[in-house]
Design a protein around this ligand. Structure first.
Ligand code: NAD
Length: 248
């Protein structure tokens, strides 16, 4: 459907769930190399082997995106190996849900450090190189939770921060051929959903207009579009992919 044959792509949080589906989507559309970054090194190596048994198109790399020094070291290695990075998908994310009156500052910081500063760290490593080559696609995975959710002050704040960051970096980068967009998924059927107690999850499902959760592949399809050459005029956008659960 798309031609990514000249593109080196980095997907963070690619060991499972949405990140895995995004990596698979780039492989199916001929990407030159799909770098799969994940905190869980063993799992991401296993996933890469499943998606690319010969290992010729994927590069699984253990990396904690909240650790700026580790991110810098990882990208230095990638530039040495690949020369250039064309697409960055900031997908790694965590939730530590709790009512705010019971939340510790550590739970607030941990979520901001992974979900927001992880995005910042990776963007810092690619932005100069993308400006120099006058091409780049950055896609940040936000969440419909940024509109507000009980038990998710930390998570919603991290995703709201991503959206403001995305819009601003897009304005700074548009003249250099770089697009920076975010996708706001509604409920997608991954392990992250399973962190919600079963009865609460069933109640949320019953209240959802589509009466189902999204599939990781459906989310990946929006990311592939934003990464494509064809999406050159879509910049600074926050694309909601929620089966109409949220409309703004
Ligand atoms: N599943 C949903 O309903 C949903 C909805 C909205 C947004 N999102 C967002 O989509 C993204 C992917 O979520 P998912 O549902 O696939 O979750 P998931 O828990 O299934 O996968 C997340 C992946 O990120 C990795 N990761 C976590 N912390 C990391 C770190 N510090 N450094 C590197 N990798 C790290 C994990 O090891 C895992 O492989 C997240 O940003 C999440 O906030 C998910």
């Amino acid at each position: 459907m798309y031609d990514f044959s000249a593109r080196n792509v980095v997907v963070t949080g690619a060991a499972q769930g949405i990140g895995r589906a995004i990596a698979a989507g780039f492989l199916a559309n001929g990407a030159n190399c799909v770098v799969m970054l994940d905190y869980n090194g063993d799992k991401v190596a296993e996933t890469a082997k499943e998606l690319d048994p010969e290992g010729s198109k994927t590069l699984p790399v253990p990396c904690d995106v909240s650790d700026q020094a580790a991110v810098h070291e990882t990208f230095s290695m990638l530039y040495e190996k690949l020369g250039h990075i064309d697409v960055l998908v900031n997908n790694a994310g965590i939730n530590r849900d709790r009512m705010f009156h019971k939340m510790t500052i550590e739970q607030m910081r941990e979520v901001l450090n992974v979900n927001f500063f992880g995005v910042v760290h990776c963007c810092m490593e690619v932005i100069t190189q993308m400006r120099d080559q006058e091409f780049g696609r950055i896609i940040n995975i936000s969440s419909t939770a940024q509109h507000g959710n009980v038990g998710q002050t930390n998570y919603a704040a991290s995703k709201g921060a991503i959206n403001g960051f995305t819009r601003s970096l897009a304005k700074e980068s548009t003249r250099k051929g770089i697009t920076v967009n975010a996708v706001e998924p509604g409920y997608i059927d991954t392990d992250m959903l399973r962190t919600i107690p079963e009865d609460k999850l069933a109640a949320r499902l019953a209240a959802l207009p589509p009466q189902r959760f999204g599939r990781p592949e459906e989310l990946a399809a929006t990311v592939l579009f934003l990464a494509s050459d064809e999406a050159s005029w879509v910049n600074g956008s926050i694309l909601i992919a929620s089966g109409a659960s949220i409309t703004v």
